[in-house]
Design a protein around this ligand. Structure first.
Ligand code: UDP
Ligand code: MG
Length: 311
């Protein structure tokens, strides 16, 4: 297949109801940008609802549709990576399958990146309408925390939806890490980014694949992948407790020498032991997180396994 101008990478996991809507929008996009060649790279992340059949149909009827099928569900990050690796366009866009990333923004994003002033046109949601309040609260706190403790600056409400130049995509692909946190990687590789903002849009069909718990784990993934602040936090806590212990010992010794030592304070002793025990477990847990990540990195397993791929 000859080189296309724009590749659009779409990770799909159980998106059979949403895909026809997506495809309609994408073909409309082609009309809006006449003369620009497109390829749509649909990555099926081990769906169980017939998504693959829908994709195969689309690809049979439209030479611009290419696909990659995974052997099982590897997660959105893996699907994104596979899509970026398969994409051959001069510009590559990444977009969700559920139309929460408005394709109508794409022509403007394209003209901004094509002008050469920017390597990336990225998007962020400025509202979280239709999302549970508690989820919005935790999401906001996560972005605030991340921007404080990591060297990858992550903007609040940032989406994966973006259009990138070939050199930025190549930079992203040169990061070979196994634990991939794309929002961090996009920011870490640098390059001039122009931001587009939009109000939250609810998904067109199907339902979200992200439970609160999955999002929570994802946020931990982001923190451990782009910051070692938790390790510093654990060390500082350790030092603080040593200091407190030292002062307490001094106080106890002086008190005993001056006034004798009636046995007392059993409950307070118990609670202090419990508290410090808890802090120690917490710190060991943090250490364990990093160790586990290192373990997975050193195994050098592939991020995904392809079952089938279009030409
Ligand atoms: N997705 C995926 N693998 C997964 C989970 C999600 O490829 O394990 C895709 C999904 O098909 C969609 C995108 O990632 O295109 C975003 O997922 P979703 O819309 O469920 O997330 P939300 O927008 O609710 O955060
Ligand atoms: Mg969505």
């Amino acid at each position: 297949m000859q080189e296309r101008e724009i590749s659009i990478v779409v990770p799909c996991y159980n998106e059979a109801p949403a895909l026809p809507h997506l495809y309609t929008e994408l073909t409309a996009l082609k009309q809006k940008l006449p003369g620009v060649s497109f390829e749509f790279v649909l990555v099926d992340d081990g769906s169980t609802d017939g998504t693959r059949d829908v994709i195969r149909d689309l690809s049979q009827n439209d030479a611009d549709v290419r696909y990659v099928f995974f052997s099982r569900n590897f997660g959105k990050e893996a699907a994104l990576l596979a899509g970026l690796e398969a994409a051959r366009g001069k510009y590559v866009a990444v977009m969700d399958a559920d139309l929460q990333d408005p394709p109508s923004l794409l022509p403007e994003m394209y003209s901004v990146v094509k002008s050469g002033d920017y390597d990336c046109a990225a998007t962020r949601r400025v509202s979280r309408k239709g999302e549970p309040l508690i989820r919005s609260f935790f999401a906001r706190s996560f972005y605030r925390l991340m921007s404080k403790i990591s060297d990858a600056h992550i903007v609040d409400g940032v989406r994966d939806y973006r259009l990138m130049s070939r050199r930025m995509v190549d930079a992203i692909l040169s990061l070979k890490e196994y634990n991939r946190f794309s929002k961090g990687i996009f920011s870490w590789v640098g390059f001039e980014t122009r931001w587009f903002e939009y109000q939250n849009i609810e998904r067109v069909a199907g339902e979200t694949k992200w439970s609160f718990w999955k999002l929570f784990l994802y946020s931990l993934e982001g923190i451990t992948a782009f910051s070692t602040a938790p390790l510093i936090f654990a060390s500082v806590m350790g030092m603080l407790f040593c200091l407190i212990a030292f002062i307490t010992i001094c106080v106890v010794v002086v008190k005993t020498l001056l006034w004798g030592d009636p046995v007392a304070g059993y409950p307070s002793l118990l609670s202090i032991i419990l508290f410090i025990g808890g802090v120690q477990l917490f710190a060991v847990g943090i250490l364990g997180q990093y160790l586990a990540k290192t373990y997975l990195e050193t195994k050098k397993r592939p991020v995904y396994i392809i079952k089938e791929q279009s030409k």
